[in-house]
Design a binder for this molecule. Structure first.
Ligand code: NAD
Ligand code: MG
Length: 401
């Protein structure tokens, strides 16, 4: 019997596409601005109803005037008067402060949160959005690194989808569509190797902020760029993958693939491997997470096999990039260890970005903090907050901030 394609066309044209209201948390950052690019290109599909920023009030005002959200939040309270003044005469409601981030995350005016805040600061608003039933397009990997068990359990209870935006996890998520009942043998996270791929400690000892944030394939915020340069980013992503996909640490592998064309792979129990490919452009996983389960048309540049450079793969240099090993140990140890690692890393990266410490000092700060802060095997959410604070305070004393 021949398949009647006209039926499929009819079915497809009958799908009613409803506009989704989006809360863009961290709208002034790399993920946030690219999310707004996607919204701008698909005004019938998406509407930004919440925008938030830490301190870039100028850009937040511009965004609010363009997208006309219902609410905006500036976390730095001292900038409230400026924001209020910039949006005078509009109907946009203006809020300020950390608590306001959580309050706005609870509002019913959006159904999907793009979690684009960087670092531990993203945890509380994301938990609140899950608590109040929103779907999460998750870029903020630190949320899962710090408290993955709490976040995933709450999402399960509230029947909330967490759709990854991180390109590797989006790749794995896409490979798993249609494979719900097939056991995963392992996943293979690809890593570009960052700007210092192939370099040794005698070179790294002298590198500075401007070298570290110049990523060869991706344009990202400063913190994740440094994490990519130290390979800590890949370690954080292993922990993120463990929680997102319910894997054992032994099922998660990393391979260096400097061209960043294959975004990650899944190996199933029959040995078959599925990967997801494309040009390195974060707008693609952002758009996929926002439109899921649909794929929507776009005019992004397409990959050309005939013109592409050869693809290569090799194991990571764990001797030089020791942060990756520290993250892997923290993943194996579990409990509050990844939370301590994350806090120490945030302070170390901050110190490096401010030129207070050298590139290799970051590893030492993390090692010393891990050795200092008490380990808790089965932490509560409060234990995570406490461990984060203690680790930050201790790491800060090591770099005099
Ligand atoms: P970024 O520094 O460019 O932007 C961060 C955003 O968060 C900004 O809007 C900033 O105002 C806000 N913010 C910063 N500190 C805050 C605080 N304390 N409280 C409230 N808001 C705060 O960062 P980014 O590169 O867009 O990364 C955002 C997240 O997405 C990170 O967790 C990162 O690991 C993840 N991610 C980013 C990329 C990328 O390509 N940029 C890729 C994968 C994952
Ligand atoms: Mg990534």
């Amino acid at each position: 019997m021949k398949f009647d394609f006209s039926q499929e066309v009819n079915l497809a044209s009958n799908i009613v596409v409803r506009q989704k209201n989006i809360g863009v948390f961290g709208s002034t950052g790399s993920i946030g601005t690219q999310t707004l690019d996607v919204i701008r290109s698909h005004p019938s599909l998406f509407k930004a109803t919440v925008l938030t920023a830490y301190s870039n009030v100028k850009l937040l005002i511009e965004q609010a005037l363009e997208f006309k959200p219902l609410a905006v939040v500036i976390t730095d309270k001292s900038l409230y008067p400026k924001l209020k003044e910039g949006l005078a005469g509009t109907e946009v409601q203006v809020f300020a402060g950390e608590e306001a981030l959580e309050e706005v995350a609870a509002l019913a005016c959006f159904e999907l949160m793009v979690a684009g805040i960087v670092g531990f600061a993203g945890l509380k608003p994301t938990l609140m959005a899950i608590q109040t039933g929103k779907s999460i397009a998750l870029a903020n990997k630190e949320t899962l690194v710090v408290a993955g068990d709490v976040v995933m359990k709450l999402a399960h209870e509230k029947k909330v989808s967490i759709i990854p935006v991180d390109s590797e996890h989006s790749a794995i998520f896409q490979c798993l569509v249609g494979e719900e009942f097939n056991p995963i043998e392992k996943i293979i996270l690809t890593a570009s190797g960052g700007p210092f791929f192939g370099k040794k400690p005698n070179y790294l000892v002298n590198v500075k902020r401007e070298h570290a944030i110049a990523h060869p394939n991706w344009s990202m915020g400063a913190k994740i760029s440094v994490d990519s340069a130290t390979l800590m980013n890949k370690g954080l992503e292993m922990i993120e993958a463990k929680w997102l996909f319910g894997l054992q640490p032994s099922q998660i592998e990393v391979v260096i693939h400097p061209q960043s064309f294959i975004h990650s792979m899944v190996q199933f129990n029959d040995g078959s491997i599925k990967g997801q490919m494309g040009l390195p452009d974060m707008k693609l996983p952002i758009q996929y997470a926002m439109a899921y389960p649909q794929r929507i048309q776009n005019n992004f540049p397409r990959f050309n096999f005939a013109k592409s450079s050869p693809m290569s793969f090799e194991p990571p240099d764990m001797k030089t990039f020791r942060n990756l090993g520290l993250a892997i140990s923290a993943m194996h140890k579990g409990g509050n260890m990844p939370c301590i690692l994350n806090a120490a890393n945030e302070i170390a990266v901050f110190g490096f970005l401010k030129n207070r410490i050298g590139f290799l000092d970051m590893t030492e700060i993390i090692e010393r903090t891990i050795a200092e802060i008490p380990f808790i095997e089965s932490p509560t959410l409060q234990d995570y907050f406490d461990a984060d604070e203690a680790a930050r305070n201790f790491a800060a004393t090591l770099i005099n901030i």
